[in-house]
Design a protein. Structure first.
Length: 192
């Protein structure tokens, strides 16, 4: 099964480090990031988990992340999310990180339980969580306002009025106007 942007994220129940969860209930009205690791104690994954618990998150957000980690010994979640080929049989018992090479994914799921982002990395390349966080900022902004974010956009920078917004509608929303280097690019300050 290949999940695509806009698909409903499969629901599941699993044992986690925070107890048993039903995924959709756990998400509630929030955004969720589901990312996978091929096996415990692998070097690249260890650097990623360390980064996600970084002190700067506690400093800037007021608390350290305490996300549940799912054990998937039957490989049920991995297969449900298309992180392992369907023909893989058995459980995680005796499997090596090399056997699990496809399990290096990131899914961002919105409050509507729809997949908003899918990233797949090779085993040898650590994921760029700065990019994941940047995309979440963009997804949350564009879900709330009728804008799009340009190339290399970062929080606080100018955005583009969505193409689905007519000039008449844009004039109401942005009475001070916009910059338009091309008729189809209408640049405004990031809405708050």
């Amino acid at each position: 099964m290949t999940l695509r942007i806009g698909d409903t994220a499969p629901d599941f129940e699993a044992e986690t480090t925070a107890g048993r969860i039903k995924f959709h209930n756990w998400i509630g009205d929030s955004w969720a990031v589901l990312f996978s690791h091929p096996k415990d104690f692998t070097p690249v994954c260890t650097t990623e988990l360390g980064y996600m618990w970084a002190d700067d998150i506690k400093e800037t957000q007021g608390y350290a992340p305490n996300y549940p980690m799912i054990g998937d010994p039957a490989l049920a979640v991995s297969k449900l999310y298309g992180m392992l080929p369907a023909e893989v049989t058995g459980t995680s018992e005796g499997r090596s990180p090399a056997d699990n090479q496809t399990v290096r994914n990131v899914f961002v799921i919105g409050p509507d339980k729809k997949v908003k982002l899918v990233l797949v990395y090779p085993m040898t390349t650590g994921r760029n969580f700065d990019e994941v966080l940047r995309v979440i900022d963009s997804l949350q902004l564009t879900a709330k306002h009728k804008v799009a974010t340009p190339v290399n956009w970062k929080e606080g920078e100018d955005v583009i009025i969505a193409g689905s917004v007519s000039d008449e509608e844009a004039k109401k929303q942005y009475p001070k106007g916009w910059k338009a280097p091309k008729p189809y690019i209408r640049i405004v300050p990031q809405p708050r």
